[in-house]
Design a protein around this ligand. Structure first.
Ligand code: PLP
Length: 377
């Protein structure tokens, strides 16, 4: 690594130089099965042709122009997105990252309600901007920031109905990941979300779903927001939305949209033409229908990993999975790496995380299962 780069991340022991489908290659040409997807970003696999073609063509036509002008590709991306986002959330603002999307959502909630308190959940991760670290339950990211974070945020416990009593009409919003990834794939139950939604409606609190990881087909549905009777006021997304091109999405309800004035939201790069070409192409691939079916089949194979000796539980859905095993996740991750498989850890010491591209196939799962079995012996 260049001495000019700040060393802020714990890294894999080799550089990644190229990728194709569900595989990446190091500088010596060694091939790894990528079940981490570059932090759940490589949704459609590495270097997917339809996305590369779309961004190449767009880059040659108009590489960049800001929001001061309409571009047809921005409208086309929004139209494509509207076909997969629930009707209750079809008002979009594009920015550059998940943290920026969350930051905007929380700021809107504070501004629109005129209230200052924010509720988040233990185990949550919402990004690294100031407001997002304040709502993330990770002291590592904010313990030295003192009063700049946290003094307006209350943490509730996922699925604990008693902690909902904390929510008074002084709260502007509640933000949550429907499946908490970093926490080791903690899922919110449907009944709890319905209850939370009911309280938010009654007390005028805005409900924000952070679908940075759960969105865009990763769980086998396009999104969790809007389905099964749960309609948050705002949804944020990022990561897979443009298959690796940096972007963030804020999607808001009609009620929230009606209160947004010009100047409330802004971004220089957000909605730029090349990013929009990647969004449009990603949505079109997803819409083909076959991919969601494939994720559902992969989900079944993931759940069946429960029968591998040494696996104690499988959390999460589809291509957003936590495996609780008898081994510390760091040890298992290192063993799998020797078998040329990349995985991730979580905040739970024994939960390994799998965030593969959603184009993963049965043959890859058969290979993974065999290697997992060996590594857990
Ligand atoms: C659930 C969730 N929300 C927000 C973020 C922040 O996204 P970004 O890194 O694009 O700012 C992340 C990043 O890992 C995330 O997992």
């Amino acid at each position: 690594m260049s001495k000019f780069l700040l060393d802020t991340f714990e890294k894999l022991p080799f550089p990644i130089e190229s990728g194709s489908g569900v595989y990446v290659f190091d500088d010596k040409g060694n091939r790894y099965l990528d079940l981490y997807g570059g932090h759940a970003v490589a949704l459609m696999g590495h270097c997917p042709d339809p996305i590369i073609d779309a961004i190449t063509q767009q880059a040659k036509k108009l590489f960049f122009y800001s929001n001061i002008a309409d571009t047809s590709i921005r409208s086309e991306a929004a139209d494509a997105l509207a076909r997969i986002v629930h009707p209750s959330l079809r008002n979009f603002f594009f920015c550059n990252s998940g943290a920026e999307a969350n930051e905007n959502a929380i700021k809107l909630a504070i501004r629109q309600t005129g209230r200052e308190l924010v509720a988040a959940f233990t185990g949550s991760f919402h990004g690294r901007s100031l407001l997002c670290t304040a709502t993330s339950d990770n002291p590592k990211t904010h313990k030295e920031l003192g009063n700049w974070v946290g003094n307006r945020v209350e943490f509730l416990n996922p699925n604990d109905e008693r902690s909902l009593e904390l929510l008074t009409d002084e709260f502007a919003c509640v933000i949550l990941e429907p499946i908490q990834s970093m926490a080791g794939m903690v899922e919110f139950s449907h009944s709890y979300l319905i209850k939370l939604q009911e309280i938010c409606l009654r007390k005028g609190i805005l409900l924000i779903f952070d679908e940075v990881q759960t969105g865009f087909g990763r769980t086998g549905e396009y999104f969790i927001s809007g389905y099964s009777g749960i309609e948050p006021d705002m949804m944020t997304s990022a990561k897979g939305i443009a298959s690796g091109y940096p972007i963030g999405l804020l999607a808001v309800s009609e009620r929230v949209k009606d209160q947004i004035k010009q100047g409330d939201l802004g971004s220089t790069y957000g909605g730029g033409p090349v990013a929009m070409a990647a969004v449009k192409a990603t949505c079109e691939l997803l819409e083909s229908g076959a991919i969601l079916m494939q994720v559902k089949q992969i989900d079944q194979l993931m759940q069946e990993l429960k029968s591998v000796p040494g696996v104690e539980a499988v959390f999460g859905k589809g291509c957003l999975i936590g495996l609780k095993t008898i081994l510390p996740a760091v040890e298992l991750k290192n063993r799998l790496l020797k078998e040329m498989i990349i995985t991730g850890t979580s905040k739970q010491p024994n939960v390994l995380r799998l965030l593969p591209p959603i184009v993963l196939e049965e043959q890859h799962m058969i290979h993974f299962r065999a290697k997992l079995t060996e590594c857990l012996k």
